[in-house]
Design a binder for this molecule. Sequence first.
Ligand SMILES: [Zn+2]
Length: 258
Amino acid sequence: MTLSPESLERVERLGRLLEESAFTVVLTGAGISTASGIPDFRTPGTGLWEKADPAKVAALDAFREDARGFWRFYSQRLSRLGNVEPNPAHVALACLERGGRIHGLITQNIDRLHSKAGSGEVAEVHGSIDRAECLACGDDYPYDRVMDDLSAGIEVPCCDCGEALKPGVTLFGEDLPPDALRTAVGWARSAELLIVAGSSLRVWPVAGLPEMTLNAGGRLAVLNAEATPYDAEAVLVERSPLEDFLPVVAERLGCSQA
Ligand SMILES: [Zn+2]
């Protein structure tokens, strides 16, 4: 899709903001992965979540009470998410990081697509499908081992200690991973520029991160299809699709896609 003249003007402005900032952090949400074919489960009528209430099915209580039922549902989700690929928006952010323009990336997404695209400094504040963990002994196992178990017909992937494994994704009713959260808060406070990309900033505590940047004197840019509570405080607001907009920004700053 071709960007409108107004959007191209905002490409220039964001390019300048990136050049002026010595420490830039990006905060991404579901909106960056929709172009990879992952529906935002908060959008009604989309795919796997259509018949299931995520707050019930993807909940810590559900896992503890009925690991078999939990995995019957979650195995479908894992196999779908494992097969998706990064889109040009993920690739552009990875390029900008390699080019020294982005210093940290905070994501609410669990799909590993930033890492797959080549981003290195990533704080996954809702966890990731990349690992599965044992709540009893603390061991963890890679995605492939879990998928191997599931495709071999094992209904509940288990730890070597015998307990059921839990996906490394933050479930409803579960605390966010403390290390990732600490990193995210530190980055938000240090950011001269925080770029929100594909998040409506409605889920706490991630929704509080832009406030930290603003309070510390940093600037905020919002790239999101819908309005967010922070639009009025942002120096730039862009609504066009991230997979159209971000590659042009990367190109403007001379970041090669290779
Ligand atoms: Zn264990």
